[in-house]
Write a protein that binds this ligand. Structure first.
Ligand code: GLN
Ligand code: ZN
Length: 761
């Protein structure tokens, strides 16, 4: 019985690649240094998998930045603005595409399906001169072979590559990208031939777009592409991998009929419906790569359950045709539990990071072939049982409270316009009120204070004093700028999710549980392992301290339940919505405590609400329903006079605008930096919007300082579509990453713009 890993994290157990990349970019180390660190990482990963007993070990899953960009390089599809002159693509061109350079901006980056990984979007059109311009796949294959490991080279499949690309600037939006298949397949053929010549016996094409809602002509492209590659592929075993969801019936039919393909990989963790399709009509004589070990999460596999499933699949496809695999690349999980000395043994026994998942895959394969490691299986069974029964996981009170929420609706008693009236009586704000999104610049000094407090190098007293001083500075500055609704600046927070997770029960934190987000950037999601509750108020002290420094309204600042959920590793032993409801109840307690403490404006950020949207349209309504419900639960208990704000990142809201309205917040501030048009068109088309709304009037992601005229111009554009009495004036997002030298003049201009327009109304 064989074992296979779809792909492996590249960053290294201690983010070695990140540091090597950043030092190279800063000119502090050479290209050879970077290559050396990378080669060491690759060889240790291959060796680790080989030692574990994995039969099909992937290569070319390493990347200096992104695997889709690697494919762009392989195909020589460099946009003309990078002035690439041909030949093998080097670091210069590669990193310019990824990050931009002094004279040219980077290529666009977007989310890789519903993960938190971002890929570089290919820019294609009829004029691209494709050429075989990066031999990375072949080089990596040879490199592993020289180390004694015969790997399965992995390529982003040709159809997914095109489906994930966009028309280049100047190319018509309607340009049929799939028409480029004929131009890219010759290069795929060259790569395949070289891999064959180098000794490869297997090849893997990742075609994750198969799990999306595809149209008939898109499915036909798969048929066409693989038929075209068939003769070149002959002599090789060919695996087409799908992942992240179940494969719809139509796509399954297309996939399993592909010419020249001998093996199919499926995500059986998220793709439970694929299982039915496999049982119904898996082609005989082909390999089934069964992705039973979850690549998207950090939980130890339930080995007994997986073994059962695998045994039933074995009856179906035959002993020699079943391969145990991961549900997707392990890129999306943390690297190695061995680097977590601070997690306690009980919680650790419930977890498996990438390195542990490799061992699980192998243990399952061995068990299937009759060589079951009894000790390993019984330790796993004991851990599964302890997770089920641990009092740290289950909290009856929380379970009952969240169960009681299901099936019911939670809405504030009064409608939004009546509430806005009541709030206005209390707050007495000018028209076009100004505010900010929450955080103010986080200086080196501030980070040092937090770090030293955490490391117990300074006392609580000293810490509180330092943070209070910072808040005072931020409050004074906002008064000086004459902003209407103030914030405390969030100086006590390192991260908008971690800050709350650390104060809630049911959360654990890792020391090195990093997951690549893009390029050298990684995130360290908290782990939600148990029922969530809030032992103590979390923000009341800081918010009321801040409120005591000013007569103007001070916004309480919270992270919403959906965002906390979407930016964490979530437990897999209950539905996501249940965990979300629990977090909502904890935030509800906080909202009500803030209200009691005299905070009249409370912002509940839902920065990540949109990114939780399921991949397939049929599932959107269900998600939006419980996500929006969770948000409403947090503030259903406040008085009419308490104003609830929310904030969302990304300006792409048009498709979910009705859900946003259904959140029933009093005011929403929205990122809007790149285009007013997109957002405003919704309202122009007649969507009725009665709540307060603040589409960001300038982009905080750039150091550029917007002029008063420019901001006024944007506000006026908004006023053409939105009622004067609902429009707010604010930046796009939090100011955390900016410098005071940028923030001060920008906010000054923002306030002047609002004032100037007020006089004209
Ligand atoms: N309140 C948060 C801040 O200002 C919001 C951040 C976000 O939307 N990502 O930093
Ligand atoms: Zn934001």
């Amino acid at each position: 019985m064989a074992s296979h890993i779809v792909g492996y994290p590249r960053m290294g157990p201690k983010r070695e690649l990140k540091f090597a990349l950043e030092s190279f970019w800063d000119g502090k180390s050479s290209a050879d240094d970077l290559k050396k660190v990378s080669a060491d990482l690759r060889s240790s990963i291959w060796k680790q998998m080989a030692d574990a007993g994995i039969k099909y070990i992937p290569s070319n899953t390493f990347s200096y930045y992104d695997q889709v960009l690697d494919t762009t390089a392989m195909l020589g599809a460099v946009p003309s603005r990078y002035n690439w002159t041909g030949g093998e693509i080097g670091f210069d061109t590669y990193f310019s595409m990824a990050r931009g350079n002094a004279s040219v901006p980077a290529m666009e980056m977007t989310k890789w399906f519903d993960t938190n990984y971002h890929f570089i979007v290919p820019e294609l059109g009829p004029d691209v001169n494709f050429s075989y311009a990066s031999h990375k796949a072949v080089d990596e294959y040879k490199e592993a072979k020289a180390l004694g490991v015969n790997t399965v080279p992995v390529l982003v499949g040709p159809v997914s590559y095109l489906l994930l690309s966009k028309p280049a600037k100047g190319v018509e939006k309607s340009f049929p990208l799939l028409s480029l298949l004929d131009k890219i397949l010759p290069i795929y053929k060259e790569v395949i031939s070289e891999l064959k010549a180098a000794g490869a016996s297997w090849i893997q094409f990742d075609e994750p777009t198969l799990v999306l809602d595809l149209e008939a002509h898109q499915l036909e492209a798969f048929t066409k592409a693989y038929a075209e590659l068939e003769s070149t592929l002959s002599g090789l075993d060919v695996l087409v991998e799908s992942y992240f969801a179940d494969v719809p019936a139509g796509a399954f039919k297309t996939l399993t009929a592909l010419k020249g393909v001998t093996a199919f990989g499926f995500d059986l963790v998220r793709g439970t419906q694929t299982l039915d399709l496999i049982k119904g009509s898996f082609p005989s004589g082909k390999y089934l790569f069964a992705g039973v070990v979850d690549g998207r999460n950090i939980w130890a596999n339930d080995l007994a359950a997986s073994l059962n499933l695998l045994q039933s699949l074995e009856d179906l496809v035959g002993k020699d045709k079943l391969v145990v695999s991961t549900s997707c690349s392990l890129l999306h999980t943390a690297v190695d539990l061995i680097n977590e000395p601070k997690l306690d043994d009980e919680i650790k026994s419930w977890l498996a990071f990438a390195a542990q998942k490799v061992v699980e895959v192998n243990a399952l394969a061995k068990a299937l072939s009759g060589a079951k490691d009894e000790a390993f299986f019984s330790a796993n069974a004991a851990a599964q049982a302890s997770r089920k029964s641990s009092p740290r996981v289950t909290n009856e009170t929380v379970q009952k409270a969240s169960a009681a929420l299901q099936g019911s609706d939670h809405r504030r008693a009064t409608n939004v316009s009546a509430r806005l009236d009541a709030q206005q009586k209390k707050l007495n704000l000018p028209v076009l009120p100004t505010t900010t999104i929450g955080s103010f610049p986080q200086t080196v000094e501030l980070r040092r204070v937090r770090r030293e407090y955490k490391a117990k190098k300074i006392s609580e007293e000293e810490y509180v004093k330092a943070i209070k001083e910072e808040i005072k500075k931020v409050v004074d500055l906002q008064e000086e700028l004459d902003i209407d609704v103030l914030v405390h600046g969030e100086p006590e927070r390192n991260d908008m999710v971690e800050y709350f997770g650390e104060q809630l029960s049911g959360f654990a934190f890792t020391a090195n549980g990093w997951v690549q987000s893009y390029g050298s950037r990684c995130v360290k999601p908290p782990i939600i392992y148990g029922d969530v509750s809030r032992p103590n108020p979390m923000t009341v002290f800081w918010s009321s301290t801040a409120q005591s420094m000013t007569k103007r309204p001070m916004k309480g600042m919270l992270t919403g339940p959906v965002t906390i959920l979407n930016w964490s590793f979530v437990r897999n032993d209950q539905p996501r919505f249940e965990t979300c409801y629990q977090i909502a109840l904890a935030i509800k307690d906080e909202v009500e405590d803030l209200e009691k403490a005299g905070i009249n404006v409370i912002q509940i950020d839902e920065a990540a609400l949109r990114e939780g949207l399921p991949l397939r349209k049929a599932e959107h309504a269900f998600y939006l329903n419980w996500a929006v419900h969770s948000f409403r639960i947090t503030n259903v208990g406040v008085q009419d006079t308490t104003q609830i704000h929310t904030h969302m990142c990304y300006s792409n809201f048009n498709d979910i605008i009705h859900s946003i309205i259904d959140m029933d917040a009093d005011v929403i501030t929205i990122e809007n930096s790149r285009s007013d048009e997109k957002l405003l068109s919704v309202f122009r088309e007649g969507v009725k919007y009665g709540a307060g709304i603040g589409p960001g009037v300038y982009d905080i992601h750039s150091p550029r300082i917007p002029s008063t005229e420019e901001i006024a111009d944007r506000v006026n554009k908004m006023l053409a579509v939105l009622d004067t009495n609902i429009l707010w004036v604010n930046p796009d997002c939090g100011l955390k990453t900016r410098k005071y030298t940028e923030v001060k003049p920008a906010l000054q201009n923002m306030v002047s713009a609002a004032k100037a327009i007020r006089t004209q109304l």
